[in-house]
Write a protein that binds this ligand. Structure first.
Ligand code: FAD
Length: 497
């Protein structure tokens, strides 16, 4: 409540925040988690907590009056539609040159993401987190994160026969015929549940096209894993629809945290302050970076160093579709959870997920989200006149990602005698190069912080989310974010408390 004093306050309830809160609580520390999004624990008028991809509604977007779907067009027609403005689950946050998609609510990105739970190849780790001991990560913290997240790989025999993965089998066939390795990608979906969806014995989620706006069943979001464990400790309070606006040193020690309470229209209904001995920034790469550049520039946290806001990257995300021949259908039923990828990282700098297009009709399309070795890094800065943080990403910086993705898809198209789809991102536009799902960096480990996430200049302040990772993970990022948080919080509990 207003005016309270807490030993530890965590800003955000995504992967980093949930790891911090759980391990602190297990060490006996009372924790207060503050989350700007909704709780997502109450069904709407249709009896479901989350809206479907094919029918977005008020629940689907964070404070927008029109949807901003990652695929904006289909067969030449724009598919975005009007929706009521509401504190919905997916934020399509627009910066100059890039739209950054993020989850909003208790569970952060785990509510909206595709559930692909990938541990990077060990040989790529040094480029991801150069100051971190890889033996410890691969011996202890990646296994700990994978176990706590409930990561599992699809049964390959079921993959070979399930109608809902025909699109992925087509993706595998095309990859292999062009000489690229196709690899199964582990996920946090409950595979037994998906088999029962396919058998028609349980309510459908992945097989009803649920993704982006939440999964009503089957996906093990943080609500079912870390946050369930957090609730069981009885030592953590969570305040949804509360947004942290400031953190500054308190007169008697610790930090004063200023918090706006929001209603579901996004309006501020109350402002509160809480004093915390320790504050963990876990608002996501963008949320943490925006707060820190503001607090540094406005003098609230004058001790922060010159690395704040720097080292931000898009994990090289770029999307594309291919038009297959009519004898190569990808299936009208497509599981919304991707389960395989094409690995051309070493030779071409690209790892491409074979992604679904769960439209409910046969599209003859193969759709891909590529993660590429894009070298560009942007910087957040405080725009005092406008009262907001800006990001200096440039649209043209996606070109290296396109070139890397083309090392895979130009070859496949040539081999198969196929072409790129030009109707998914506009009119005659091949590349979905306007967005990222994987923001990383802005408060990079061992630069803005020490080697365990302690912010320089202000003892008791920590960064523990995707802001620590310098712009790229070579694969989908949430397992790395979780594992790094597990490593850092263990050290912090052992030495700082
Ligand atoms: P987040 O999970 O983003 O959590 C931050 C939380 O802080 C949010 O809940 C936010 O609302 C809250 N917050 C922000 N600012 C404030 C504030 N000022 N006050 C209070 N609360 C605040 N990754 C994968 O590994 N595999 C995938 O398949 C995958 N698919 C994705 C698909 C989509 C559509 C999207 C958007 C992302 C996907 N990701 C995927 C990325 C993954 O979800 C993120 O990398 C991950 O969630 C980041 O974790 P985090 O702990 O850094 O922050």
């Amino acid at each position: 409540g207003d005016g309270a004093r807490v030993p530890a306050l965590v800003i955000g309830t995504g992967y980093g925040g949930s790891v911090a809160a759980l391990r602190l609580a297990q060490a006996g520390v009372n924790v207060h988690m503050v989350e700007m999004g909704m709780a997502w624990d109450t069904p709407g008028p249709d009896g479901k907590i989350f809206a479907n991809t094919t029918n977005p509604d008020a629940r689907s977007y964070w404070l927008r009056t029109k949807t901003k779907q990652p695929l904006s067009n289909f067969l030449g027609f724009p598919i975005d539609r009007s929706i009521p403005r509401h504190t919905g689950i997916l934020d399509a946050e627009e910066f100059s040159g890039i739209t950054v998609y993020q989850g909003r609510g208790v569970g952060g990105g785990s509510l909206v993401n595709g559930g692909m739970a990938v541990t990077p190849k060990r040989e790529n780790f040094a480029a991801i987190l150069p100051s971190v001991n890889a033996d410890e990560m691969y011996g202890t913290y990646y296994p700990r994160a994978n176990a706590a997240l409930g990561v599992a790989t699809i049964d390959p025999a079921w993959f070979d026969t399930a109608d809902c993965y025909q699109y992925a089998r087509v993706g595998r066939k095309h990859a292999q015929r062009s000489g690229f390795p196709f690899v199964f990608v582990p996920t946090v979906y409950d595979w037994d549940y998906m088999k029962r969806e396919a058998a028609g014995t349980v309510p459908k989620s992945a097989l009803a096209g649920e993704i982006l706006y939440g999964n009503n069943h089957g996906k093990k979001s943080l609500q079912k894993t870390y946050l369930a464990q957090i609730r069981a400790t009885g030592k953590v309070t969570i305040s949804p629809l509360h947004r942290v606006t400031s953190v500054s040193p308190a007169a008697g020690g610790g930090y004063t945290v200023a918090i706006d309470q929001l209603d579901t229209s996004g309006a501020t209904t109350a402002t509160k302050t809480v004093t915390a001995d320790r504050v963990f920034f876990a608002a996501g790469s963008v949320g943490t970076s925006k707060l820190l550049v503001k607090l540094k520039a406005t003098g609230a946290l004058p001790g922060l160093n010159g690395e704040i806001g720097k080292g931000w990257g898009d994990n090289g995300n770029v999307m594309c579709g291919r038009a297959n021949h009519l004898w190569d259908p990808t299936g009208s039923l497509q599981a919304s959870i991707p389960t395989g990828g094409i690995d051309n990282w070493a030779a071409g700098g690209a790892f491409a997920e074979v992604a679904p297009l769960p439209t409910g009709i046969e599209t003859y399309a193969s759709f891909y989200l590529s993660i590429t070795k894009n070298p560009h890094r942007a910087e957040f800065s405080w725009n005092a006149a406008a009262g907001r943080a800006d990001l200096n990403w440039q649209a043209s910086w996606k070109q290296p990602s396109i070139d890397m993705a083309k090392t895979i898809f130009d070859k496949i198209n040539k081999k198969e005698g196929t072409i790129y789809r030009t109707d998914l991102f506009g009119t005659y536009k091949i590349w979905g190069d306007h967005l990222t799902y994987h923001p990383l960096g802005g408060a990079v480990l061992n630069k803005a912080t020490d080697n365990y996430g302690r912010l320089h200049g202000h003892p008791g302040l920590y960064v523990i989310d995707g802001a620590l990772i310098p712009g790229n993970t070579s694969v989908n990022p949430f397992v790395s974010i979780t594992a790094l948080a597990e490593r850092n919080i263990e050290k912090i509990i052992a030495t700082d408390l």
